[in-house]
Design a protein around this ligand. Structure first.
Ligand code: MN
Length: 475
């Protein structure tokens, strides 16, 4: 069996997997809570999701009296992410790397579940249960939609996720960061045209993960999703434009990003745990909504654990690939939670040459503009443990010798300490020297610790044993 076949078997599908197959798996393994009917879409749904974000997925039947159910918390930790694509957690990044290297293009189908119901006269808040999440969000936001756009010249599709503010019955304000959708939109706008798009809600987790890969321009992320799933994703043409969307999706909003139109969008609670500011941003004119019968609406609470994890894993995998291309000593990477799973990277290396960590730091900053701090550590550091990372900095790093600072680079606009996205970068080489004295950097260790059978070494009744010892001590 190849790796892909094995992963496919573990995902447990014969036909095309979808959001429902993942929810079934969560329910069958005690990982899905169901809220009572009628939880409010304003604040309350987000509060329940947030309370459960480290523990369980949650489904909301009839939220705010709405016929369509909402789900949140598709992942609570990296083990769930690995499970969703059918691999053990330690193979999560390598599996994603493999999928990004060998994408599997989608196939087109004529009929699709997602087009069972078609609405051409659209009132978004009446049709869909769209929640308001963080306290000072400007209102209801669609947060878990894949935005699929076509390169206006070549028709190649891009898949990404953007925050989408409901601005009117058939109008959406959208934040386009300076990446691929923005590039396609500028091409369309310069030609005086709208950019055809679709917002796809309720898909298999592999599609959501793939959308977050740091792929090249004109690399279709849905082909990465196909590789993750071990089978091409079935795609269907939208009813009102040329965009192709996953046939297994729950809900699709078809529309166009309008040229020369900007309207206020924001504030919105974001992954750095701050509100993204209100400003004039691009606008989507909605042309149609299609959905399955008894559709399910997926929402992501802005800045919640699901939001952080969804960005983290694909970025780690693609940054690891990027680094390993130039630096074979790189073994693993983590985007730390304290660094909002976007800004602070830890790189584990098996160092061969002094100085190498600084090259790796510079290479990492080239991998994604969001990266603000890179810490390089040795193989004996557990990079899932923030205390271990700090220990490496505390005992193997000297600021006058091991610090790299770059001023005035491009950073994240959502970092409130940046100046409109202009940001400094900091690199820390927390590795020990190659030619270190044997004992100087030897980590302390108690002999026999790992093999010890603790229970066989302890008295069962500690109360009696304590009294006896004390009596003996007194006598
Ligand atoms: Mn892209």
């Amino acid at each position: 069996m190849t790796d892909t076949e094995a992963a496919r078997a573990r995902i447990g599908h014969n036909a095309s997997p979808d959001l429902r197959s993942w929810l079934q798996r969560l329910a069958a393994t005690g990982r899905l809570a169901v809220a009572r009917e009628g939880v409010s879409l304003i604040d309350q749904l987000a509060a329940v999701s947030k309370k459960l974000e480290l523990d369980r997925a949650v489904m909301f039947p009839r939220p705010g009296g709405h016929a369509i159910a909402v789900v949140a918390n598709l992942f609570v930790d990296r083990n769930w992410v690995a499970d969703s694509i059918g691999v053990p957690t330690e193979q999560l990044l390598s599996r994603f790397q493999q999928a990004a290297r060998q994408p599997l293009p989608w196939t087109e189908v004529k009929e699709a579940a997602v087009q069972e119901v078609v609405h051409r006269d659209v009132d978004l808040l009446k049709l869909l249960p769209i929640p308001k999440h963080n306290e000072h969000d400007s209102g209801p936001y669609i947060t878990a939609a894949l935005l699929i756009a076509r390169n206006p010249k070549t028709g190649i599709q891009n898949v990404s996720i953007h925050r989408c503010q409901v601005s009117g019955p058939d109008r959406i304000g959208v934040l386009l960061l300076p990446r691929h959708t923005h590039h396609y939109f500028r091409m369309a706008e310069q030609a005086g045209e709208a950019l055809e798009i679709a917002l796809v809600i309720g898909v298999h987790p592999a599609c959501i993960l793939a959308s977050q890969a740091i792929a090249a321009l004109d690399e279709d992320e849905m082909a990465i999703a196909g590789a993750l799933l071990g089978a091409p994703v079935d795609m269907v043409k939208c009813r009102t434009n040329q965009v192709r969307v996953p046939a297994h999706a729950e809900i699709v909003i078809e529309g166009r990003i309008l040229p020369k139109v900007r309207e206020p969008e924001g504030p919105f609670g974001e992954f750095p745990q701050y509100y993204g500011a209100r400003a004039n941003r691009e606008v989507i004119q909605v042309d149609a909504v299609t959905h399955r019968k008894h559709a399910i609406f997926h929402t992501i609470v802005g800045g919640g654990m699901e939001h952080l994890l969804l960005g983290e894993i694909p970025r780690e995998a693609t940054l690891l690939d990027h680094l390993q291309r130039s630096f074979p000593s790189v073994q693993d990477v983590r985007l730390t939670r304290g660094g909002t799973c976007r800004y602070h990277l830890v790189v584990k290396i098996d160092k061969r040459n002094d100085g190498e960590p600084k090259n790796i730091i510079m290479g990492a900053f080239g991998g994604h503009y969001d990266l603000k701090q890179v810490t390089v550590v040795d193989p004996d550091v557990d990079i899932d443990n923030p205390h271990e990372i700090e220990w490496a900095v505390a005992t193997r790093f000297q600021a006058d010798r091991d610090l790299v600072v770059v001023a005035g680079a491009q950073g994240s606009r959502l970092d409130p300490s940046s100046q409109a996205g202009i940001s400094a970068k900091m690199g820390l080489d927390a590795t020990k020297p190659v030619e270190a004295d044997m004992m100087k950097f030897k980590r302390i260790h108690v002999k026999g610790l790992e093999e010890l059978d603790l229970m066989s070494m302890l008295e069962q009744d500690s109360g009696t044993a304590f009294a006896k010892t004390m009596a003996g001590a007194a006598g």
